[in-house]
Design a protein around this ligand. Structure first.
Ligand SMILES: Cc1ncc(COP(=O)(O)O)c(C=O)c1O
Length: 338
């Protein structure tokens, strides 16, 4: 899994599901002090991330204002990097952890992970990324960006279904830091002596020193199957096709449905996904038509459909067919609804 994340093998582990891993990473990396106790997340973070962070704060007995939210400007859908950097600049010495998503699940925006990581670390913050929607979607360089920790699931571009086993990253500089207090279990114990059952905990080097329980073999086997497919190509090759597929989707939408669709995903910072806003009355007819035609996409009420042509298995013809379905569905509904 490490090459997909620009990580060294020692930096990547496989365990649990995503929110559990967020909790485990925060247990290790969120060490609030009287001065530095806040966690910076997006105001529109995926709810599970929000709840996880909020509950970590409560669990530490801290007040609600330890949660610091980065909000898009009024009238804007996505966060500007400059606004995130400004927030870090203004509150840096109060922030223990910055934990944003690498690719925002709703808008499809890719964050400038390198710049944000560097700026937050320069202010003394620990930086973690939720890569649920970035994993297998965009090239990542977690080691080079010096990211402290990251977590992701494999449900999306990495081909598992819901509940498939998840991954995490802990930077190499912590690989031999046995003093980093964490929530642990026998699987984190030094593999060479694990079965000596001494009850004297010695962590494995690297991410393996954060794995709590033994690995469930069935989801691990399906993950290996998916990784075998990724090993036949590279993230760079996938990205090259992905940029063309998504640009083609955008082009067709702007050509055939511009009056009825607003694309909120920023053109110059996106992965495969486009998030499309429709008039609320158009949402159900368009989504039903897509579903009936076998297009697997996602609706978020009241007005959003997320579509992601996936370079591993989608073709340009798939993209054309998808927009053809949208075009016909829009033509079939009343002009006001469209
Ligand atoms: C950004 C993000 N965070 C958290 C989750 C929750 O994942 P899990 O059910 O593995 O905890 C998801 C699931 O899709 C997600 O997309």
């Amino acid at each position: 899994m490490a090459p997909l994340f620009g990580a060294l093998p020692i930096e990547v582990g496989v365990m649990n599901t995503l929110t559990v891993n967020i909790h485990l990473m925060l247990a290790a990396f969120y060490k609030p002090t009287a001065q530095r106790r806040r966690i910076l997340i997006e105001s529109k973070a995926f709810p599970s991330d929000h709840y996880a962070v909020e509950s970590q704060i409560q669990w530490h007995g801290l007040p609600a204002d330890a949660l610091l939210l980065a909000e898009p400007r009024a009238g804007e859908d996505t966060l500007r990097t400059s606004d995130i950097l400004d927030l870090i600049d203004r509150h840096g010495d109060e922030i223990a952890v910055v934990m944003l998503s690498g690719l925002q699940y709703y808008t499809g925006q890719v964050f400038e992970m390198d710049r944000i990581t560097a700026a937050a670390q320069a202010r003394g913050c620990v930086v973690g990324w939720d890569l649920a929607h970035a994993a297998g979607n965009i090239p990542l360089s977690l080691h080079a960006w010096n990211v402290d920790f990251a977590c992701w699931c494999t449900y999306k571009y990495m081909n598992s279904g819901p509940g498939g086993i998840s991954g995490f990253f802990v930077h190499e500089r912590y690989a031999h830091d046995a003093a980093l207090a964490r929530l642990t279990g026998w699987w984190a114990h030094d593999e060479a002596t694990r079965f000596e059952m001494t009850n004297c905990f010695v962590p494995n080097a690297g991410a393996a020193g954060f794995e709590v329980s033994n690995t469930p073999i069935l989801p691990a086997a399906t993950l290996l199957g998916s990784l075998d497919v990724f090993a036949l190509t590279s993230m760079e090759a996938l990205r090259a096709k992905s940029e063309l597929l998504t640009a083609y989707l955008e082009h067709l939408l702007l050509t055939h449905a511009a009056a009825a669709v607003r694309i909120v995903t920023p053109r110059h910072s996106r992965g495969a996904q486009l998030s499309l806003l429709f008039a609320p009355a158009a949402l159900e007819p368009v989504f039903s038509a897509l579903t009936d035609a076998g297009v697997v996409c996602d609706e978020r009420k009241p007005n959003c459909i997320r579509i992601a042509p996936v370079p591993l298995y989608n073709t340009f013809h798939d993209v054309w067919r998808c927009v053809d379905v949208i075009r016909k569905a829009l033509a079939a509904i009343t002009p006001q609804a469209a």
